[in-house]
Design a protein around this ligand. Sequence first.
Ligand code: GLU
Length: 307
Amino acid sequence: MSDLQRILDEITAEMAERSDRGEVASYIPQLGEIDPGKFGIAVTTSDGAVFTAGDAHEAFSIQSISKVFTLTLALGKVGDALWKRVGREPSGNPFNSIVQLEREAGIPRNPFINAGAIVIADVLLAGHQPREAIGEILRFVQYLADDDTIVIDHEVAASEQATGFRNVALANYMKSFGNLHHSPELALGVYFHHCAIAMDCRQLALAGRFLANGGKSGGYSVVSQERARRISALMLTCGHYDGSGDFAFRVGIPGKSGVGGGILGVVPGAASVAVWSPGLNRSGNSQLGSIALERLARAMNWSIFAA
Ligand code: GLU
């Protein structure tokens, strides 16, 4: 058995013992029904091997992790022009904060807070019906994971559509500043659906390979090396909302979390990692997922700061 498999098994056993599992997100009613006892982890290394442990084959709602994929698509569409409509600075605020938007005239701080991702959904809508834009995002994720069984959980999307009043407020607010080109309803429709993509840890780790491999996935070029680096830089600085500094300090690799309890981590040149545990810490990031990644990074000596 390889070292990596042993380490994943040990981490999974340790996590099963822990009672400090955080709180499952319940503001999206459908997510509140998930068993907090779940834990899964998957790693794909740059030589193509895949290692899994725990509930790594059980699909969960990737939520904000999908913002990594929509950002990648939007940069492919409009390139650096995107940065006129979205910033690149950590927010230091919760993922759904409206305060900063007022001070900064409707330009979201970064692509990973909700407001930023809603602008990106608006970019992906250009020239499309919402259904086509959603289909394009899903097909991109399927392509990256090399798995066309990945689907959108329409109950989760409907659950958020029925209750996502704060996101509706953010979208309307940005529309008032002219930073949405389509109606808030259309941009939100795309946003809620891509957040509701369901994937398991194995699929997610595979989908993240292009970031760990200088823009290449399974031998194909997805983005340039420079773009892969830049997306990873944003994950490091902004991928965990107002917990981004703490994640960088503790884990030392770029990562993107979602309120479904998943985290996608990128170890440049070495591995793509996905972890899932539904309970969240106070910043809305997976409690055990963060601890598990901290353990894994330490055991493997994975850090972008490693000498
Ligand atoms: N769909 C969620 C929301 O907009 C995403 C939040 C997250 O995963 O952090 O509230």
